[in-house]
Design a protein around this ligand. Structure first.
Ligand code: ZN
Ligand code: ZN
Length: 110
């Protein structure tokens, strides 16, 4: 059975110096994979597409249910609506606690 998992992968250059870190996420089920990777020929922006349901933030490993109110609102999700699997925990805090250095360009400021 597939379950939602997230791993932190450290990217190193040829000398072995760390140049960054990314999360690699295995989505819980086919439905989630399909919705996270949603592509519509009419709407480049998922928030503009009435058929897009899920927004997924790879930086933070955050799943959100898109609210089509004309803006970019989402509702955080803890469980997959299709298979019921508990989704990986948001890594937002880790970004700022462990990876975020003051002034680092990789960390978005909100
Ligand atoms: Zn699922
Ligand atoms: Zn569309």
């Amino acid at each position: 059975m597939v379950s939602g998992e997230a791993w932190l992968i450290r990217i190193v250059d040829l000398c072995g110096s760390s140049v960054g870190e990314v999360f690699v996420v295995e989505h819980c089920c086919e439905s989630m994979v399909r919705h996270v990777g949603w592509e519509c020929g009419l709407h480049a922006d998922p928030f503009a597409c009435p058929d897009a349901l899920i927004s997924f933030d790879e930086r933070f490993v955050e799943y959100g249910l898109i609210i089509h109110d004309g803006g970019t609102s989402t509702i955080g999700m803890s469980f997959c609506p299709w298979c019921g699997t508990r989704l990986p925990e948001s890594q937002r805090d880790r970004w700022f606690d462990e990876l975020g250095e003051p002034g680092s360009e990789d960390v978005p400021v909100e």
